[in-house]
Design a binder for this molecule. Structure first.
Ligand SMILES: [Zn+2]
Length: 327
């Protein structure tokens, strides 16, 4: 079963097949957590099946081999240390040259295709110039604009994006998967990754909400002079990981939206820090500054020394902004 929000994209794919417009190369793109891998998997399963209808039959020899995880007519290329080198693309060329074993099509999947280096991308271009008949090459990426324009123009592009009208469907899906969560708890997590159901699902699995609460409390204690700069910056450096900075930023943005947005935005992250911010005459300036400074921390996260400095600088600057404006 495909995730319900991916059904329109899969229907679109089926329509292309029905119209005799099966592409030989396709880019599936969209944000992390939207379901690119799941959609690729569904398309691959259908193409490898000997009797698709249009879903894979699950019974034929080819389907059974695919289910075992090792299909000779499917090749997956993945990044190694955030890079896809030319050797991987060359082996893909060899793969396409060989005849199919048991499936009606040969399918290759390049995950995180934007990690191809220049040599790999150029090598792939040669494949795209003369794509082998009866085959499909799927490129998956979160960052389509990092692909060469010449690669983009030679592929059919399928963008996965969740519309507002699909939000209730996603809420239902998450609620069914996690019946222990109250609707309020679910709303809190949906605010953090709107339109990215699989990411929200991972946040629930990892029980991230209490950790974020704790981080906000540390910030609050620093701003209300209950904790020192050194203690809180050390805490943030050690406890807020690369995935959590954007989530903290999303909470601050949510607060800004509650303060200035329409009446439809209800607060789902009530916190002592938010109440403290509201008591400041410069609440919005501080919140915007926090968002900006968090962006710098995210960009420099791999540089430990710089991260530490940026965290300290963020703490000093937000406290200073509050103090100055209140004078
Ligand atoms: Zn089958």
């Amino acid at each position: 079963m495909i995730y319900p929000w991916l059904q329109p994209a899969l229907d679109h794919w089926h329509q292309q097949l029905a119209d005799g417009r099966q592409p030989q190369a396709m880019i599936i793109h969209g944000n992390y957590g939207v379901g690119k891998t799941a959609l690729s998997h569904a398309i691959v399963a259908e193409l490898l099946c000997r009797k698709p209808n249009p879903e894979p039959c699950g019974q034929c020899q080819s389907c059974r081999i695919f289910a075992s995880g090792q299909h000779p007519d499917l090749m997956s290329v993945v990044a190694d240390n955030n890079i896809i080198k030319v050797a991987s693309i060359r082996s893909l060329v060899n793969f396409f040259t060989a005849t199919a074993h048991s499936a009606p099509h040969k399918v290759a999947l390049i995950k995180q295709a934007d990690y191809m280096n220049t040599a790999a991308a150029n090598s792939l271009l040669k494949v795209l110039e003369e794509p082998p008949a009866g085959s499909l090459l799927i490129l998956q990426t979160d960052r389509i604009h990092h692909l060469l324009p010449t690669i983009r123009s030679r592929c059919v592009q399928l963008k996965l994006q969740i519309n507002h009208c699909q939000f209730p469907m996603i809420t239902d899906w998450l609620q069914q998967r996690h019946p222990q969560l109250s609707p309020q708890e679910l709303d809190r997590l949906l605010v953090l990754s709107p339109g990215l159901p699989l990411q929200v699902d991972a946040l629930i699995e990892d029980d991230v909400a209490p950790q974020l609460e704790a981080h906000l409390s540390q910030l609050h204690e620093y701003l209300t002079n209950q904790q020192s700069l050194v203690t809180v910056s050390q805490y943030l450096e050690q406890h807020v990981n690369a995935q959590q900075w954007p989530l903290l930023q999303a909470i601050i943005l949510h607060w800004l939206k509650v303060k200035y947005g329409d009446n439809e935005t209800q607060i789902v992250w009530p916190h002592a820090l938010y109440r403290w911010l509201l008591s400041q005459s410069s609440a919005s300036t501080i919140m915007l500054k926090m968002c900006q400074l968090m962006s710098s921390i995210m960009v420099n996260f791999n540089n430990q020394t710089k991260t530490r400095l940026l965290i300290e600088s963020m703490l000093v600057q937000i406290k200073q902004t509050g103090t100055l404006q209140n004078q």
